[in-house]
Design a protein around this ligand. Structure first.
Ligand code: BGC
Length: 726
């Protein structure tokens, strides 16, 4: 097994969409699935995405209920710039219709940040060609991607026609109303090698300038360059056509650069080096035109930039190639998804690899992703992630107001693009209020890890106050129990809804109220009365937690013990994953837990409980947990490590690290599970290495799987890079 590369060999039509996900590329600002450049009439999910560019797709539900969000924000399938129509002696190259496809191979080089595909194909007209394509999205220039497409006719001199094109006539496959989300404003050819399409998103009015720059040459001692013979301009399309006669055994090479320059309204997004959109375009155009070997130049920079990322983020496992490849794949994808350069971008659960989850921000960011970016990219980047929520505080207050809360209470959205709630299932939007807790916990986690109190003081405190105000109103006082209860919620376990007293939610609420009150007092925050903080503390101390004396465990919710408590091992293998085999109704009544729920609370607040308590809870809940959310095995793995159950921790680790590579949940074709990849990192760093921060210091309790010879990694801690070898 190659631990720096993902390599897949053999052409299997049934695997195309799966592998389109696995070989996805991204550079933090944009990304794309590994779609073929040439035509393909077989099963495929076309996808190119731009960070932060979304469409508010009008909500579609059966019966409208007051408070529903107006729209579901979709990450847009963006105009595609990679496309090539290729004809070989007049016949369209389409691997779906070829007589034979041999030596088909895909390789993702994670160390250097590029993807290569090669094959030999016999077309229906008996022409045999060899093709090799290398593609990458530049880390250095957010807006730029490059591909090198080489064709070699194998048997006879062949006429090869290539139409290199841009296409803005794309659709989202998950559009609620089957609409197109883009209006094309302008289509143009500037030079015979450079063309563009300017398109604008409907409603949100992001203006995106998709461009391409082409160089075609015949390789040889004296490379020969070709110009396009024709242009093909249509409403949503522009193509440049080349026609070349290529002797057998000779190779033609197309270097195609493309990408997006984005603006919104009149405010141009300014790129890192301070250039505006138009200056940027000129600069990129200049870089490409003035350097005949721009591709090699950019690739060299790409390798350098990835080397810099790996310098602080690589994890080296000696003695276990499967585990090693798994963690590198995860770290690679996390870096492809979020660079930390921009405070307005965040980490969508599928990153730039699919449409599901809309590319939006979920609680995943705070609950799972923050530690990874904080330790491998540093406090500044982690702070950007926190600022994202601070900047959306007004919207969170507005959101709570819509639901009837007052006095500056904030309910952060479960799913968002711009601070507004944009998910449209009531049990998630209205009930999964635990996300408010994860957002508060992230502030605590950041402060504990970085030692930087200034975020809390200048920004975080406002967020904590608004969240505490929400919880103080969301609880109700039960006369029967003489305690505060929280009714009608969904915990992290989405396999039951509208439950009462979810332990995790209640515990977080109690912690948030106490933490907010303490910080208000410590920081002597003005404008909050003593009565208010006293009330928070009073509620915090008197929240109800369902508990079973019989089992000695906190119950996931009031009615958990009424369920038919058969363990997961009693379910026939053919019925898993449950969400693909059982009716939703049957799932909701079952005791099966989609993802860590009570145990998520034990994970966050490990030091509030004894080892024995942790063990009892782990042993009680793990047998009911189906791990059908990608966010689940990693948390169980960390806890299993803490309990010394290293073999179990290792099985769970592989399940999280190789979830997509080995397609455990049979859904990788929809895209990769990006946010849980940060959980994979936690399984190693907090699990096997046992890293914790206690009183401002790093502690380690190594518990490596038996067959691992060593484990080494780096973390950036309080401004210093620490090298750990276990
Ligand atoms: C999980 C949520 C998560 C979402 C996005 C769902 O399947 O249950 O906890 O936020 O996926 O990752």
């Amino acid at each position: 097994m190659n631990t720096w590369n993902i390599i897949i060999e053999g052409f299997n039509k049934a695997d195309i969409t799966k592998h389109e996900s696995i070989f996805s590329l991204g550079n933090g600002a944009m990304g794309m699935r590994a779609n073929f450049e040439e035509d393909y009439t077989g099963d495929t999910l076309q996808g190119s995405y731009i960070g932060g560019v979304y469409y508010p797709d009008k909500t579609r539900v059966g019966w409208w209920k007051n408070g529903y969000p107006e729209y579901f924000a979709k990450v847009l399938n963006a105009p595609s710039w990679i496309g090539l129509h290729i004809k070989i002696n007049g016949k369209l190259l389409d691997l779906n219709t070829c007589l034979e496809v041999k030596n088909f191979r895909r390789q993702l080089n994670m160390k250097e940040g590029w993807y290569e595909r090669s094959f030999t194909a016999m077309l229906p007209n008996q022409q045999e060609i060899q093709v090799k394509v290398l593609r990458f999205l530049s880390l250095r220039y957010d807006e730029l991607g490059a591909l090198r497409y080489e064709i070699t006719p194998l048997t006879t001199e062949t006429t090869i026609e290539i139409e290199s094109y841009l296409d803005s006539g794309i659709k989202n496959s998950d559009a609620n109303w089957d609409e197109r989300f883009w209006n094309t404003l302008d289509v143009g050819v500037v030079q015979n090698y450079y063309a563009y399409i300017t398109a604008e998103t409907k409603k949100t009015r992001f203006k995106v300038h998709t461009f391409m720059h082409n160089t075609l040459r015949l390789l040889g001692d004296q490379p020969h360059f070709f110009s396009p013979s024709k242009e093909n301009k249509k409403d949503n399309y522009v193509g440049l056509q080349y026609e070349v006669s290529v002797p057998a055994g000779k190779t033609i090479r197309l270097d195609k650069f493309g990408g997006y320059i984005i603006s919104k309204g009149e405010e141009f997004r300014v790129s890192p080096n301070g250039l505006t959109m138009y200056e940027r375009e000129k600069y990129i155009g200049y870089t490409l035109t003035e350097r005949p070997n721009a591709f090699d130049f950019l690739l060299k920079m790409q390798k350098k930039d990835w080397a810099a990322i790996w310098e602080t983020s690589d994890i080296v496992i000696e003695g276990d190639e499967k585990a090693q490849q798994g963690i590198r794949f995860n770290i690679f994808q996390l870096n492809q998804t979020y660079s930390g350069k921009y405070a307005h971008l965040n980490i969508g659960p599928k990153g730039f690899t699919g449409e599901k989850y809309g590319g939006s921000t979920y609680w995943d960011t705070e609950a799972y992703c923050l530690p990874f970016y904080m330790a491998t990219k540093g406090a500044e980047v982690a702070r950007n992630l926190l600022m994202y929520r601070y900047n959306q505080l007004d919207k969170a207050i507005e959101n709570a107001k819509k639901l009837g809360f007052t006095g500056g209470a904030a309910l952060y959205p479960m799913v968002t693009m711009n601070g507004e709630e944009c998910h449209n299932e009531w049990e998630i939007t209205f009930e999964e209020i635990h996300r408010n807790g994860a957002i508060a916990f992230a502030i605590y986690n950041y402060t504990r890890y970085t030692g930087d109190e200034s975020y809390l003081k200048d920004y975080g405190i406002e967020v904590l106050i608004a969240i505490a105000r929400f919880w103080a109103q969301r609880v109700s006082f039960s006369k029967e129990k003489q305690k505060y209860v929280i009714l009608g919620v969904t915990g992290p376990n989405e396999y039951e809804n509208n439950i009462n007293n979810n332990f995790y939610t209640n515990y977080l609420a109690s912690w948030c109220l106490r933490y907010a009150a303490e910080q208000v007092i410590t920081l002597q925050k003005e404008g909050i009365t003593k009565e208010e903080t006293q009330q928070w503390l009073h509620i915090a101390q008197n929240i109800y937690f369902p508990y079973s004396e019989k089992y000695g465990v906190y119950l996931q919710q009031d009615g958990f013990l009424d369920k038919d408590l058969k363990p997961v091992s009693a379910i026939p293998a053919g019925e898993r994953p449950l969400n693909q085999h059982w009716s939703w109704d049957r799932i909701l009544r079952s005791p099966y837990i989609k993802q860590a729920d009570t145990l998520q609370g034990f994970y966050f607040f490990e030091d509030h409980f004894s080892k024995e308590e942790l063990q009892r809870h782990y042993e009680f809940y793990e047998p009911f947990t189906v791990h059908e959310s990608s966010l689940s095995p990693c948390v169980h793995s960390v806890l299993a490590s803490a309990l010394g159950k290293t073999d179990e921790a290792y099985t769970l680790y592989l399940r999280t690290a190789r979830l997509d590579l080995d397609d455990y949940n049979k859904e990788v074709h929809e895209g990769l599970h990006i946010t849980s990849m940060a959980g994979t990192w936690l399984s190693i760093v907090e699990g096997f290495a046992g890293m914790r921060v206690k009183s401002g210091k790093l502690h380690f309790t190594p518990r490596l799987p038996k067959h691992w010879k060593s484990l080494s990694f780096k973390v950036i801690f309080q401004g210093e890079i620490k090298e750990i070898k276990l």
